[in-house]
Design a protein around this ligand. Structure first.
Ligand code: UTP
Length: 298
């Protein structure tokens, strides 16, 4: 890595949203704690960040999200009971997942004013260094973890990076979209960015998938950011300013795996089926049951 490029040590996970699309499940349970097979969706995303070498995990939580803090803490009674019952495998699995002491920080977004506002709430903990931002409901499933690809690319480009993937042209209005110099390249300079473009006006079909590497100057822009699409403070609007007004470089990194939008019911259900079918301990019986179910339905 170029010595002038500062390493990415910290990652921000915004988890303060209301999860209205999953009511009533999310009335008392945060949507980030809903499980994909037997791991909370948030745990899958923290796993991705750990695999990419992240050392400090910053969670922006909100009201009713206390169990997220408990999940990333040790559970003395549970561990003692597992120990007493000789459940070694379970104990080892819990120990593997547990972040080391001091590796996590939690701050609160007092009102869900939007993703940009949630990220701004992490400014004091991130401080004056570049950081990763991972949206916990976007599960990136592929041969290499998405954030690892991005950190590798960052070693060459520095600046800011956004993971992207193609969507059908008629769906671009539902996403943040970027224009790039070379749409086929794995890493390409970003030439433009727009949040939910009107149909027919998108600069490409590459959508922002929920993984970012950002320079700390984003915080000053978020502080002044007005509400945008959906009446929320949008991170994309401040990224556009960082690129256009502050002339900071942005690159897109194409993610070649599968992305499950676990904030939507279809994406969540599909992710559960896909990941269960990849599990050695479940695949055979689960496939049989699903095939039986599909056979009955058709
Ligand atoms: P979403 O918009 O998908 O989450 O935000 P939501 O608002 O909880 O979902 P619905 O539409 O009501 O079902 C993506 C991520 O950003 C967080 C969410 O928790 C989610 O992980 N977020 C969103 C915040 O932390 N704060 C916000 O103000 C908005």
């Amino acid at each position: 890595m170029n010595a002038a490029i500062r390493p990415i040590r910290k990652a921000v996970f915004p988890v303060a949203g209301l999860g209205t699309r999953f009511l009533p499940a999310t009335k008392a349970v945060p949507k980030e704690m809903l499980t994909i097979v037997d791991r909370p969706v948030l745990q899958h995303v923290v796993d991705e960040a750990r695999a990419a070498g992240i050392e400090h995990f910053i969670f922006v939580t909100g009201r009713n999200k206390g169990v997220i803090e408990d999940h990333f803490d040790s559970q003395f009674e549970l561990e003692a009971t597992l120990e007493a019952r000789g459940k070694k495998k379970e104990l080892e699995a819990l120990a593997r997942d547990l972040p080391a002491a001091g590796q996590t920080s939690f701050t609160r977004q007092q009102a869900p004013l939007g993703l940009g506002h949630a990220v701004w709430c992490a400014r004091e903990i991130v401080g004056d260094e570049p950081f990763a931002l991972l949206l916990p409901d976007m599960l990136h499933h592929g041969p290499t973890p998405c954030l690892s690809d991005m950190i590798k690319a960052y070693g060459e480009t520095g600046g800011n990076l956004i993971a992207v993937a193609p969507v059908p042209e008629d769906q671009t209005h539902q996403y943040g979209i970027v224009g790039v110099e070379d749409a086929k390249a794995k890493v390409s300079a970003i030439t433009g960015m727009v949040e939910k473009p009107k149909p027919g006006t998108a600069p490409s079909n590459l959508h922002i998938t929920g993984r970012y590497i950002l320079q700390p100057e984003i915080f000053g822009l978020l502080e002044k950011q007005e509400r945008g699409a959906g009446g929320e403070i949008q991170i994309t609007d401040s990224m556009i300013r960082l690129m256009q007004d502050e002339k900071q470089p942005f690159h897109a990194v194409r993610f070649d795996g599968t992305i499950y939008d676990c904030g939507s019911k279809i994406g969540f259900l599909t992710a559960n089926v896909a990941l269960a079918l990849e599990r050695d301990d479940l695949a055979k019986d689960f496939r049989r049951d699903v095939e039986q179910l599909l056979g009955r339905k058709s």
